[in-house]
Design a protein around this ligand. Structure first.
Ligand code: SF4
Length: 347
């Protein structure tokens, strides 16, 4: 069962949204961390009104990285690539933060550090033996007959014989951060996102041809840039186990969504999407919904509209496909690249 948009709900304050049936790895991970946080963030769609410099900087940074990844092995002069990457960054960042005088307030997540990062990355990696196959590739992969996960891969390439570390197809996933740590590095090996990418790449290219999903870390310090790559690889047994686990997670999500159809504002507490109070201070921050949980009320009592300081916004990862030149679609283990609505390649 996954069509929650078409259901009727006992509670008048709930109006089904098309995004309730659409998932990406961020959304699935949010449910795994705390079902009640998932409820606030993705069912009600409530998030803090203030902007998020980490997300905005990450979005702008990806624009420049796309220029660089496309230029791998192109032979273009470094200065040309660097200039184009900086322009791509500025185009995105200036649109969100038009007042240039305030940019340095966000340091190190500011244009100066982005330019430094591109320069350092180019010096380090531009001549590596990887041929770019795709950049910013959105897609959707079936994990059961009823459930799909959407994604967008930053880069897919093929390592040549001369590469010292990789062989075959690799995906690059760019991440920016302010601290390189053992926790950061080790966490990727069990993370959902690289496993979703591995599943999609295995279906497209064959498991024997897929090497790593490489977490391409760029760390922004006050006066320098750090680079760190974490290559994540999964074997067939690990992928089989993951399919079982992700189907189990969707089964639990469906169970909670089903219970929500019967939830009533008159009840003293909400009998679905239970709190995971072990997640309230994840990443050293207080959860934005902590005040609601501490109030101890049924959230449906105050779900008519977002409380002061919050707005309602329903993230739809499917929208990433709309303007894409190509999309990777995986159904029943069979993959195809669809180019502007035309099937181009079979796996
Ligand atoms: S405060 Fe804790 S229990 Fe409540 S939504 Fe946030 S993480 Fe979950």
């Amino acid at each position: 069962m996954s069509n929650w948009q078409g259901q009727t709900y006992k509670a008048d304050c709930l109006s089904p949204k098309e995004t309730w049936d659409i998932f990406d790895s961020t959304k699935v991970k949010a449910f795994q961390e705390c079902p009640r946080r998932f409820f606030y963030n993705y069912v009600l769609g409530w998030s803090k009104e203030e902007g998020n410099i980490h997300l905005d900087f990450g979005g702008a940074f990806h624009e420049g990285m796309e220029v660089i990844v496309k230029a791998l092995k192109s032979g273009r002069p470094h200065d040309d690539i660097l200039a184009e990457a900086c322009i791509a960054f500025d185009r995105f960042f200036d649109r969100v933060y038009p007042n240039e005088a305030l940019h340095s307030d966000f340091s190190p997540k500011d244009p100066k550090h982005a330019y430094m990062a591109y320069e350092t990355y180019l010096e380090h990696y531009i001549d590596e033996d990887i041929t770019c196959l795709h950049t910013e590739l959105p897609g959707v992969v079936a994990v059961s007959p009823d459930h799909h996960i959407h994604f967008k891969m930053d880069g897919v390439g093929e390592a040549g014989d001369g590469h010292p570390s990789y062989h075959g197809v690799v995906a690059l996933e760019h991440k920016t951060g302010s601290r390189n740590s053992l926790v950061w590095r080790e966490g990727w090996h069990l993370a959902l996102q690289p496993t979703v990418y591995t599943h999609a790449l295995n279906c497209l290219y064959g498991i024997e041809n897929v090497d790593y999903v490489v977490i391409n870390g760029v760390f922004l310090y006050k006066d320098k840039i750090g680079l760190e790559r974490v290559p994540v690889k999964k074997n067939l047994e690990q992928m089989r186990e993951w399919i079982w686990e992700i189907q189990h997670t969707f089964h639990v999500i469906d169970h909670n969504m089903e219970a929500l159809t019967q939830a009533d504002t008159g009840e003293p507490f909400l009998r679905c999407f239970p709190k995971n109070t072990g997640a309230c201070t994840d990443w050293g921050r207080i959860c934005p919904y902590a005040d609601f949980c501490m109030a101890g009320k049924n959230p449906l009592h105050f779900a008519d509209e977002p409380p002061y300081g919050f707005h309602e916004k329903h993230w739809n990862p499917q929208k990433e496909h709309e303007n894409a030149k190509e999309t990777l679609v995986v159904e029943e283990g069979k993959a195809e690249i669809v180019v502007s609505g035309v099937q181009a390649d079979n796996g």
